[in-house]
Write a protein that binds this ligand. Structure first.
Ligand code: PMP
Length: 428
């Protein structure tokens, strides 16, 4: 595969941008080799600057659930942008967006728009700390909540694949306020709350862990956390930046029937534009400035063009049956990959949620972060490159979930499974 232009761009980029990229996992450090540079994208495909086409299972890390460059989303953007790119005063689309989120996610009685998932999560824990008057945050090993200081403790994929368990630059005085426990371990959570429950402002969790591959909650686990938080007066925060609007229209909280106190969103609600949001109980959100004293702000928050892209994307996925069909296709893909691996005699398993999946070079089941880490990552890396060479772009890390969009039709999935057959044979 010719990647001359990508190679030349990466050489230039490395001179001026740390690692040549504006977000670490893009650099292909964990899988080896060099990233390709995108020229454009359409539907399920990315097209690089050398003209190579890839079936894309990254989808810009989640936002592109309706496929790339969807005509309805592009039309909403172009129709909106001719009126101006940013106003610095309220615009009508912000109200529509707040109404839409509150309607789709009933636990969000009020919402605030921000510009990224990171902003959403760090704002949510500020609310948790401000509202409870407590300082401790609980998170889970392998969960990533953006690069806010309090979260860069055992933080999953990006940090982990680079071998950085924590980040320099995070004061230990702050990191000490973050307690980290094992996901899906009922007793670990009970024990922590028994010990320091009265110090805990909030517990933040990816209800389905997409940053340690794709780990699903055990039966009753999220309910257990809900009960612990309620009992100890801590807030339950669902980080639905990945799962929101994807694993069900109403996100993981709808899929599992749990009501968190606060939720964070990103990715899909921006339709590919930089957007995040946090929301939750009215009594908590009313404490945010200017209605309350907890400060949080943003020059470009609620940007009209970004709101238009997000609303158009929500229109597309609110069509009845959208998520059922996305789930069906996820199963077709994962069943196909498992069958191909079996035929090649390779230990391999998958985990799935609607529109989201994990690939593991080991036997199943995978239910914990330890299980996920036991995947043969060297083998994954060879598989990744074998697939890339056949025009299939998987997440460039053994610890990132893959994403499907509604543009991934029978043809794309069949092509992917065929490519996997050849790739498994190549790496066997
Ligand atoms: N939370 C989760 C669950 C995420 O997956 C991510 C990003 N992958 C973030 C927060 C941070 O979002 P952003 O990259 O937009 O800051």
């Amino acid at each position: 595969m010719n990647q001359e232009r990508s190679h030349a761009l990466f050489s230039r980029a490395r001179e001026l941008i740390p690692g040549g990229v504006n977000s670490p996992v893009r650099a292909f450090k964990s899988v080896g080799g060099e990233p390709f540079f995108a020229q454009r994208a359409e539907g399920a495909y990315l097209i690089d600057v050398d003209g190579n086409r890839y079936v894309d299972y990254v989808g810009s890390w989640g936002p592109m659930i309706a496929g790339h460059a969807h005509p309805q989303v592009l039309a909403a953007v172009t129709d909106t942008m001719v009126n101006g790119l940013s106003f610095g005063v309220p615009n009508p689309l912000e109200v529509t967006m707040a109404e839409r989120i509150a309607q789709i996610v009933p636990s969000c009685e009020m919402v605030r728009m921000v510009n990224s998932g990171t902003e959403a999560t760090l704002s949510a824990i500020r609310v948790a700390r401000g509202a409870t008057g407590r300082s401790r945050i609980v998170k889970f090993e392998g969960c990533y909540h953006g690069h806010g200081d309090s979260f860069l403790v055992k933080a999953g994929s990006g940090v982990m694949t680079l071998g950085l368990p924590n980040s320099p630059g995070v004061p230990s005085a702050l990191a000490d306020l973050t307690s980290t426990i094992a996901y899906n371990d009922f007793d670990a959570a009970t024990k922590l709350f028994d010990e320091v429950g009265s110090e805990i402002a909030g517990l933040i969790i990816e209800p389905i862990v997409g940053n340690a591959n794709c780990i699903l909650p055990r039966d009753g686990y999220l309910q257990h956390l809900r009960e612990l938080c309620t009992k100890h007066g801590a807030l339950l925060i669902f980080d639905e930046v990945m799962t929101g609007f994807r694993v069900a229209l109403g996100g993981a909280q709808a899929r599992y029937g749990i009501t968190p106190d606060l939720s964070t969103f990103g990715k899909i609600i921006g339709g590919g534009m930089p957007v995040g949001a946090y929301g939750g109980r009215r009594d908590l959100m009313e404490q945010v400035a200017p209605s309350g004293p907890i400060y949080q702000a943003g020059t470009l928050s609620g940007n009209p063009v970004a709101m238009a892209a997000g609303l158009a994307t929500l229109d597309l996925i609110q069509v009845p049956g959208f998520h059922t069909e996305l789930e069906r296709r996820t199963h077709v893909l994962c069943d196909g990959l498992e069958a191909a691996a079996r035929d090649a005699g390779i230990a391999f398993t998958t985990t799935r949620a609607p529109g989201m999946f994990g690939l593991y070079f080991r036997e199943g089941p995978v239910e914990t972060f330890e299980d996920a880490k036991a995947s043969d990552t060297a083998r994954f890396n060879r598989f990744f490159h074998a697939m890339l060479g056949r025009g299939v772009y998987l997440a460039p890390s053994a610890f990132e979930a893959g994403f499907l969009s509604s543009a991934h039709g029978e043809a794309e999935i069949a092509h992917t499974v065929e490519a996997a057959r050849a790739s498994f044979a190549e790496i066997a």
